[in-house]
Design a protein around this ligand. Sequence first.
Ligand code: PXP
Length: 237
Amino acid sequence: MIRLGVNIDHVATLRQARGGVIPDPIEAALICQRAGADSIVAHLREDRRHIQDKDIILLKKKIKRFNLEMSINPGIVDIACSLKPYQATLVPEKRQELTTEGGLDVVLHEGKIKKVVDKLKKNNIVVSLFIDPERRQIDASRKSGCEFIELHTGRYADSKTVGKRKLHLQEIVEATKYAKKVGLRVNAGHGLNYQNVASIARIPGMEELNIGHSIVSYAVFVGLEEAIRQMVDLINS
Ligand code: PXP
C-alpha cells in the first residue's frame, strides 16, 4: 500500500485571504485523516503566508502522523525541535516563489543540512529531504543521515509532451531504484493530480505520495453543490 500525505497549506491560504478563522486547516486535516490520509503535511514558511505557528501546535496535538515541511532556517529548526512533529521534510525556500520550486541542493549545502538532520534526529523526528531525482543529490542525502528522501515530481507533472513526461518519469523510476539500493526510503510529491498520479504510485519501492493543490482544488467542486443547496435552503426557510 502506498501512503497518502495530504498537504493542507492551501486551506490556510484561503483563511489568510480574509485574515479570519475559516476555513480551519485543523478541521481540514481531521477530515483528511478520517477519510484515509496517512499523514498531514503543512509548511511553516518563514514569511508565515499560510500556516501559522498556532496551526502546527494543534496539528502536532491532533494528527497521528504530522509531517512538518520546513526550511533549514535556524529559527524554524528551533521551532521544529521544540514541537517534535512525527516527521520533518526539509525543503528549499525562497520568499518570492509561489510554491516550492526545486529540490533542496544537498550537494551544495551538505554540511549545513547534515547539522540540521542531526539536530532533528536527536529530537526523535523522522527526517526526509525533498530533492530532485538526481544521483548526486541522492548520494549527498544518504551522507546526511536522513531516513527518507522525497523525490520532486514537478518536472514530470509539468511536462508538456508525452516524450518529456516519459523521460521525467524514467528519472524518478531510476532515482527510486538507486536510492533504495543505497539504503534510503523513498517518497515523492509535487504537482501530482488525479490524471498523473498512477504512474508514480506504480514505481516499485515508492512508500508515500504527498499531494496538496490538486486535492484541495477538486474538493471545491466536489463540495460546491452541497454548499449551494444548504445556503438556498437556509435563506428560504
Ligand atoms: N511535497 C513537497 C515537499 C512540497 O513542497 C509540496 C508543495 O507544498 C508538495 C509535496 C505538494 O505539492 P502539490 O501542492 O503540488 O500537490
